[in-house]
Write a protein that binds this ligand. Structure first.
Ligand code: GDP
Ligand code: IMO
Ligand code: MG
Length: 426
């Protein structure tokens, strides 16, 4: 049976998914997103040009590839319109190679307002969301109140929109929150709402599909399909460091519900991780470094958010967390990213266990907490040289240490942001 392959982030997001999906796309006919929304920022670089995608799958820069925004994704039409127009200006016409699932939910301007309201109400306990309305939109989806892409075509769409908007405004009125001073992408609410409604009109020119039939029939016809995850396993709503997580299932199981494919139809699961760790937003991060090594990772790796520009928190590679993510996703092939960032490190460290409640454990506890989890590190020699097309011996030893720990082969090593800066190992 022809199967769909998955590419998933195994850490806290920003592992380099966009780059790898773009690099793999020549082998695929269709690339799909299955969850998340414009909280994602997937960067692709080639020929000195840089693109950052939020809603659109990363296959879009490869001519001939069809890109599907699946039913599990949530869409802000204003952001999507801007993204499509930006790509058009750069010479990529998406009218024939972008399809949108009827069942994908819409992020309303008031969902974004609610995101800001919730974060303000949490005070010090705030999640540090991207403020794109992710939590409130998925909340409405599961509460059976949401609006879907397919609703855009109905004659009473405006009425449905207004009903949900009023519902949200009633919720917001219960908080100490000033809608007048709210800014959404620099705009006051009314201005943003106008631009959002223009976005709704704009995306009507794209094909809305029943994604479950489209993908399964494509697989039956022998097409090669790749699903592109957003975020990373440690931000999964079930298995991440709850409540400091996103609001969707970002793990392999999410691809089944987010596209309408059965578990038996999943083929390869590419799991991607950085040679170290980063995280944006609040929440536990046991291997976080607050010293000059953390700063060196941030500067060498340009670790600033692709969506929000926030500095990313940086730390050593966390092997118990990586192994956990590999287990949750059934990863078959590992891909290691950004190894070049530690090119000039004399030594590198990896966490192999945690000290937690007076015991040593390799398990991620129910309530992960940086304060009570002390990582135990193994120190390894650095490779201390540039990676130009071949893997230095000491880096090879670092990779083998990881492989021995997690029992899955590292097939691909990335050593720079350009789509060509990769080595296939085996
Ligand atoms: P994504 O969200 O997983 O797609 O990752 P992001 O695009 O948010 O962040 C990854 C960043 O690292 C981007 O700026 C990429 O251009 C860059 N990048 C990807 N792979 C490499 C690599 O191997 N080395 C370096 N130095 N940068 C990389
Ligand atoms: P990509 O796909 C890194 C983080 C936010 C916050 C938490 C919840 O580029 O890897 P949300 O807006 O989803 O409600 O925020 O999740 N977050 C990401 N961190 N990369 C991402 O996406 C992220 N998407 C959400 O910073 O901590
Ligand atoms: Mg990103």
């Amino acid at each position: 049976m022809n199967k769909i392959d998955l590419l998933l982030g195994l850490q806290w997001g920003d592992e380099g998914k966009g780059k790898v999906v773009d690099a793999l796309t020549p082998n695929y006919d269709i690339v799909c997103r299955f969850q998340g929304g414009p909280n994602a920022g997937h960067t692709i670089e080639f020929g000195g040009k840089k693109f950052v995608l939020h809603n659109i799958p990363s296959g879009v820069l490869t001519p001939g590839c069809v890109n599907v925004i699946g039913n599990g994704v949530i869409i802000d039409p204003y952001i999507l319109k801007g993204e499509i127009e930006g790509l058009q200006e750069a010479g990529f016409d998406l009218r024939h190679n972008l399809k949108i699932a009827n069942r994908a939910h819409l992020i309303l301007p008031t969902h974004r307002a609610l995101d800001a309201v919730n974060e303000k109400a949490l005070g010090k306990m705030k999640v540090g969301t991207t403020l794109k309305g992710i939590g409130p939109t998925y909340t409405d989806k599961t509460a059976r109140k949401g609006l879907r892409i397919g609703d855009i075509g109905s004659s009473n769409f405006k009425e449905k929109y207004n009903n949900l908007k009023q519902n949200h405004l009633r919720q917001i009125a219960g908080y100490d929150f000033d809608m007048e001073s709210l800014r959404l992408d620099g705009m006051a609410f009314a201005e943003y709402e106008k631009a959002w409604l223009e976005g709704i009109e704009y995306i009507r020119q794209y094909e809305f599909i029943d994604c479950e039939y489209y993908i399964n029939e494509a697989l039956d016809a022998g097409k090669k399909v790749l699903a592109e995850g957003a975020q990373g396993s440690m931000l999964d709503v079930d298995f991440g460091s709850y409540p400091f997580v996103t609001s969707s299932n970002v793990i392999a199981a999410g691809a089944c519900s987010g596209l309408g494919v059965a578990p038996s139809r999943i083929g390869k699961v590419y799991g991607i991780f950085k040679a170290y760790c980063t995280r944006v937003g609040t929440g536990p991060f046991p291997t976080e470094l607050f010293d000059e090594t953390g700063e060196a990772l941030r500067q060498n790796g340009h670790e600033f958010g692709a969506t929000t520009g926030r500095p990313r928190r940086c730390g050593w590679l966390d092997l118990p967390a990586l192994k956990y993510a590999i287990m949750l996703n059934g990863v078959t092939d590992l891909m290691m990213m950004k190894s070049d960032v530690m090119d000039d490190f004399a030594t590198v460290k990896v966490a192999t266990t945690y000290r937690y409640n007076g015991m040593e454990t390799k398990h991620i506890p129910f309530s992960a907490c940086t304060e009570t989890m002390q990582p135990v590190y193994t120190e390894l020699p650095g490779w201390n040289q540039k990676i130009e097309g071949r893997i230095p011996q000491k880096l090879e030893e670092y990779i083998q240490f990881i492989e021995n720990y997690v029992n899955v082969p590292v097939k691909f090593v990335s050593y720079g942001p350009d789509r060509t800066q990769n080595v296939w190992r085996k």
